[in-house]
Design a protein around this ligand. Structure first.
Ligand SMILES: [Zn+2]
Length: 125
């Protein structure tokens, strides 16, 4: 993600993202990342994140263990899963309407039609 967008998110969620240096996904997911951060911060005020990245075409958010009560673990993961499921409907490049695709070389990405053509992800999953 563009460093300026990372900076904006870190400014908005200083505690949650205190240990995040980079966000390893495209800028099209800015809104999705914002959404998951907003929900996490609201529901679990002490939580910190260890990593935010794209993996297998989905947004993957990893909370830092010990920064939220253990009894809430399932709630934390459920909330993250919700946003991860949303991410596979949003183009990671442009933020348009996307779907999960593959490039025939075992790489998956969530892209809109035009981004998919541009990047050679012709296979819809
Ligand atoms: Zn796109």
């Amino acid at each position: 993600m563009n460093p300026n967008n990372v900076k904006k998110l870190k400014k908005k969620f200083p505690k949650l993202l205190a240990e995040i240096e980079n966000i390893w996904c495209g800028d099209g997911w800015y809104g999705v990342v914002y959404g998951v951060c907003n929900d996490l911060q609201k529901k679990f005020p002490k939580i910190k994140l260890a990593e935010i990245k794209e993996k297998f075409g989905r947004l993957t958010v990893i909370p830092k263990s010990g920064t939220y009560p253990d009894i809430k673990k399932e709630e934390v993961w459920e909330l993250i899963e919700l946003h991860s499921n949303l991410s596979i409907t949003v183009c990671e490049e442009t933020g348009g309407m996307g779907s999960l695709r593959a490039n025939g070389r075992d790489v998956m990405k969530t892209l809109c039609d035009s981004s998919a053509v541009l990047l050679g992800f012709y296979q819809k999953l």
